[in-house]
Design a protein. Structure first.
Length: 361
């Protein structure tokens, strides 16, 4: 008698968008807020189920941002008591990963015969580049329907190709994700992508404060002062979504000490601009890019000019609005020409500094 071979159900199933997903997230967010809210800055719906209309694996991804990574130790027990399984870093340093399971999974929530996953938590410190990456990717696809359709088509194709190989499926999506980061203006140190100006985000001051603590701890012996600078430091001002930080030191001759200290906390040291700007040491972190740090001597011209410009815009909302309009226009004109974009702002900046020096409104 011939045997009929039954093919196991695939591990990866991309399901049609379910309008219930946002409400399911909100219900879970309220439970998480009650359990661990005192340690969290944000609880966000991320991943494909957070994008209206997009087909997705029917597992809700939740991004949790902590004020401090060590606060994860306070969160583990309440989450386990609430039915979550803690998986540790699970392959991503600086992340704590949790799963919520069910013994009656829907198609796509588990391989045949296994416990199913209904929810996943990706817990990071607020300043971790992966948390920013989740939000950048989600927000871009929410606003760009063509990119969302392209991603949906890619997922369906990859789900058919790698139906039983979750790792291969995830890796194959990586190139598309990196492309979106670049298009969103957060492409990292190798390819920063086009200049992108975004509406003001209230998360920027909190990101600065969390990163300030890390930098102070790293370079305390040489540090005199540290300040949030650039457009993200001006409430309400549209900006490139990268937080600029000014750190002043007693002497740049100490760079033999503070450069390796900054590198030890994840910063790339970028000396290429020092021929043109010799009174600054420049660092950047994150892919997608999160922070720029400008180290200069205390009360030097570089330090005073940047803070004077910031303070004038903070005190003159009409000038800040004019600057936002100009930046959006120049971003459209200069595309990926970042040097051209910067140079085109010079006249406005010099005008503001002149008014600030003369005390003119």
């Amino acid at each position: 008698m011939a045997l009929t071979m039954i093919r196991p159900a695939p591990s990866i199933i991309v399901a049609d968008y379910d309008p219930a997903w946002p409400q399911l997230f909100e219900e879970e967010r309220e439970r998480l807020q009650a359990a661990i809210g005192r340690w969290t800055f944000a609880i966000e719906h991320v991943g494909s189920t957070s994008i209206p209309g997009m087909a997705a694996k029917p597992i809700l991804d939740i991004g949790v941002a902590l004020y401090r990574f060590e606060d994860a130790l306070h969160c583990i027990t309440p989450l386990v008591e609430a039915g979550w399984t803690c998986m540790g870093e699970f392959g991503i340093p600086g992340r704590i990963f949790f799963r919520k399971t069910t013994d009656s999974p829907r198609p796509g929530q588990a391989p045949a015969g296994s416990m199913g996953r209904t929810h996943q938590i990706h817990m990071y410190e607020l300043t971790h580049e992966q948390f920013a990456g989740h939000l950048v990717f989600r927000d871009y696809l929410r606003s760009q329907s063509e990119a969302a359709r392209e991603y949906q088509d890619l997922k369906v194709e990859l789900a058919n190709r790698y139906s039983d190989d979750v790792e291969a499926y995830a890796e194959a999506k990586g190139e598309f994700v990196r492309k979106i980061w670049t298009l969103a203006g957060r492409g990292g140190s190798k390819d920063p992508g086009p200049v992108t100006i975004r509406d003001y985000e209230p998360i920027w001051p909190a990101m600065y404060e969390a990163e300030r603590r890390r930098i102070v701890e790293a370079i305390r012996p040489w540090l005199v002062d540290i300040q949030h600078a650039g457009s993200t430091s001006v409430p309400g001002l549209a900006a490139k979504p990268v937080v600029d930080i000014m750190a002043s030191v007693r002497s740049l001759d100490d760079d033999r000490h503070f450069v390796p200290a900054m590198q030890a906390i994840g910063y790339d040291y970028v000396p290429v601009y020092e021929d043109d700007i010799p009174d600054r040491r420049y660092f950047r972190r994150g892919e997608p890019r999160l922070f720029h740090v400008h180290v200069t001597e205390h009360e030097g011209d570089f330090w005073k000019r940047h803070l004077a410009f910031r303070d004038y815009l903070r005190g003159h909302p009409e000038a800040a609005a004019e600057y936002a309009t100009l930046k959006r226009e120049l971003a459209g004109q200069h595309g990926s020409d970042r040097l051209g974009y910067v140079n085109a702002k010079t006249e406005f900046i010099e005008g503001v500094l002149d008014r600030a020096s003369r005390g003119v409104p």
